[in-house]
Design a protein around this ligand. Sequence first.
Ligand SMILES: C[S@@+](CC[C@H](N)C(=O)[O-])C[C@H]1O[C@@H](n2cnc3c(N)ncnc32)[C@H](O)[C@@H]1O
Length: 228
Amino acid sequence: MTNFYNRRLIQTADGSYTLYLPEMNEHYHSIHGALHESMHVFIREGLDKIIQTGATKINILEVGLGTGLNALLTLMRSAETGCSVNYLALEPYPLNREEVAALNYIDLTGEEMPEKAFRRMHELPFFEKERIITGFEFEKWHHKVHEASLPAESFDLVYFDAFGPQVQPELWTEKVFAGVFASMKPGGVIATYSAKGSVKRALKACGFRLEHPPGPKGKREMTRGVKP
Ligand SMILES: C[S@@+](CC[C@H](N)C(=O)[O-])C[C@H]1O[C@@H](n2cnc3c(N)ncnc32)[C@H](O)[C@@H]1O
């Protein structure tokens, strides 16, 4: 059985760190740049698209909190734009304190404010909701996506950031996406780095209308799905 806790810190091409699982030969982010990938796939091609519609309050679901990089960048964007965010993250294999402390995302953002917020998101017990900063409410569930009872028609935006379909094929299925689809509001958006044919077909079969923006460095395209 795979041990998801056997992981080590490595540096990616843009200087930001990520974690590597040697048993699976899988990284938490792109080796071409963890910060670059998160900014591109989830912030610019996900969150910003919703903010641009004039939304002032956004409910976000993240599948796989991991290092917390997407959550940190979302908190910073929320503070910059004044758009309130309610963030729910799922994570069955949380990082330990040493792993969190070793990450260099705060140094790279060049701002002091997020440090306390970043630490708090990791230290906050599971299933407790907290206002991390004004306009950013955060909660994490110690659940796998296929086992979580997600509320119906609640999320405006989903960051689908599980390990790749070659490593966790059971997460990229029509069944799992159907559960996520049901938890999203009409008009809601799902963003993921994967552009694999089987992933696109499964998303489409659930009813998502697909868009294919260019991918981050090292990838031709990514996938964005809109719930009609
Ligand atoms: C590609 S990593 C990305 C993590 C994160 N978004 C980040 O920026 O660090 C995938 C994450 O999904 C988590 N994960 C693994 N199995 C999962 C499952 N069944 N449901 C939800 N998350 C899962 C992993 O533990 C890991 O944190």
